[in-house]
Design a protein around this ligand. Structure first.
Ligand code: ING
Length: 308
């Protein structure tokens, strides 16, 4: 017996600073149409998909900073994406910068089913730094966003249990374990992964290697289908990796972008595949021993000397 749902990942090429939200949304709509025409029912867009990746810059003017955030969702300019989702009966994940009515800033993703928001997530692992660094690019997510306050929830769509995360979250195994323990079968995520931003010398090839490593490990160790959508290419002078992909619960990459531009990839995912691993190799009830895992949840200041 199979339970197949066609998944799509819509990779974005650069959102140059002089490109308007409307232009970027039009690109998202074009890719939603392409994915839907290929039979996809669930589409993943990147992190911060509506604007350039502004945490690469030191921004002191509040009005200039606020221009990168959404104060409503759907907003007038994103309404057409919601409408298209309804007209095509597709679901989508969208990453964007959220500014709440009471002034809180989050790196946010939403899950939208046929035009209605059915899930929201706010990024909890914020990489980089909050003070200015003397370097070609900053990575100021700790300055421009608060740690997410919604936890790592799992939502139901089309009889599937779906979780969401964002970019750096994928480097932390706890992210996927927490969602898998809640029954997640699919996790959707977007990323903006610069080649030069973390201010230590890391060979460039490792960015793509680590991207694949963490996604494949997470999918296998948690019996998950993963959809990972990059914002790619040289954006505002900063090189962002591509490599958008769909990963099976086997840990195998079953579809992968070959460009660093707007590109849709799809795969007909059988959600029965994950059940086999979930019932055997990763049968959590039969094999996990959480009584030995306490160190993982000890607060940072109290944990053993392994905590840097
Ligand atoms: N970007 C990067 C990411 O985690 C990064 C930041 C890159 C951290 C490489 C560590 C190593 O893919 C975001 N937006 O989190």
């Amino acid at each position: 017996m199979s339970n197949k749902v066609k998944l799509a990942v819509a990779q974005l090429g650069p959102n140059q600073p002089d490109m308007s939200r409307a232009e970027n949304v039009n690109r998202l709509c074009d890719m939603m149409r392409e994915a839907a025409s290929a039979g996809a029912k669930i589409i993943t867009f990147p992190e911060l998909a509506l604007t350039a990746f502004f945490p690469r810059h030191w921004i002191e003017n509040e009005a200039e900073l606020n221009a990168y955030y959404e104060t409503s969702m759907p907003s007038p300019v994103t309404q057409q994406l919601f409408d298209l989702s309804r007209d095509l009966d597709v679901s989508f994940y969208l990453g964007y910068a959220e500014l709440t009515e009471d002034g809180h800033r989050f790196n946010t993703s939403i899950l939208v089913r046929a035009g209605e928001i059915i899930g929201k997530y706010r990024k909890i692992h914020l990489p980089g730094h909050s003070e200015y660094k003397k370097a070609p690019f900053q990575h100021l997510e700790k300055r421009y966003f608060e740690v997410g306050d919604l936890g790592l929830p799992v939502f139901e769509d089309r009889d599937l249990q779906i979780g969401m995360c964002l970019c750096n979250d994928r480097r932390w195994p706890e992210t996927f374990r927490v969602m898998s323990l809640q029954g997640a079968e699919l996790v959707m995520l977007g990323y903006n992964t610069p080649v030069h931003n973390i201010h230590w010398s890391e060979p460039e090839h490792l960015r793509m290697f680590h991207n694949r490593l963490v996604l494949q490990a997470a999918a296998y160790q948690n019996s998950l289908w993963l959809c990972a959508a990059a914002k790619a290419g040289t954006e505002d002078g900063s090189i962002l990796i591509g490599g958008s992909c769909i990963v099976a619960p086997t840990g195998e990459i079953v579809a992968q972008a070959t460009s660093v531009d707007d590109e849709v990839i799809t795969f007909d995912a059988d959600f029965e595949l994950g059940q086999g691993f979930r019932k055997n190799v990763f049968n959590f009830a039969a094999h996990r021993r959480p009584e030995f895992y306490g160190e993982i949840t000890r607060p940072v200041e109290a944990a053993g000397n392994g905590n840097h």
